[in-house]
Design a protein around this ligand. Sequence first.
Ligand code: SIN
Length: 297
Amino acid sequence: MGREVVERKVPELDLRPLSNALGAEVCGLDITGEFTAAQTAAIRGAWNEHHILLFRDVDWSPAEHISFSRLFGELDIHEATPFDRLEGYPELLEVTNKPKNGKPSETRNTGRNWHSDYAYTNRPSASSMLYCVEKPPVGGDTMFCNMVRAYDELSPTMKEIVEGLHAVFDFSLVGRQNSEKTAELRLLNPPIAHPAVRVHPESGLKALYVSERASHFHGMSKAESRPIIDYLCRHATRHENVYRHSWHTGDLVLWDNRTTMHVALADFDQTKPRRMLRTTLLGEPSGFLVPKADEAA
Ligand code: SIN
């Protein structure tokens, strides 16, 4: 039976900034249940403006997480990393250090370097919605940086240089522990080049699209590319361009993968459980596969 559409006062969202660089908490809004198109558009508008939205005290089921996420676009079923899905829910990634089927979890070290989700695919993620189910007593934080500001704050000459580049994203730089799985997943997700500056399809904002998972720029050697990639990542992740989120159970964080990068910190006692569930919205098709012969030395 369908639930009643509750008239919420969403167009006047109560937003509180999370940091100077990016992010806003949406206060006093119950996101379980149904939304009208106008209400969804108001959330989308705030999201485009702040790049990250935080909802607190969310208490919902995997099915509710999925149906809320669908309001904002087409969901990825995570075929790029099929081992990480929550059983019975291909739309949900389970990021956890809790053992699975008596074995160490494949996702216990997910996201340990600065990245944008699924940049190593031809539908790099538009956005992600991460829900905290269980958290360690201290730490287990996630940091986010603003890639629109990172682009804006480059010099005109550097902007021109970077706009002409394509960054090659390589699965082997994802940093998974299991080298056999990494090799298997790299075959599934061969190196792919995306423009190093991308234009957000809704806001029209330009954002830097380079991360610690970029091996080089297409047409350049790794040695030539490395200093530029390192500089851009350092520039993007300066303290003043970052928001650090300390999770509470029931937090839901929405981030835009086209305008932010994030990193999941190992700043906690790994014997304490951390369990997160993530939906991922598909982005526009992008990039080109890098022929083996063109892989830079
Ligand atoms: C991710 O990279 O999507 C996971 C982030 C986290 O677990 O904090």
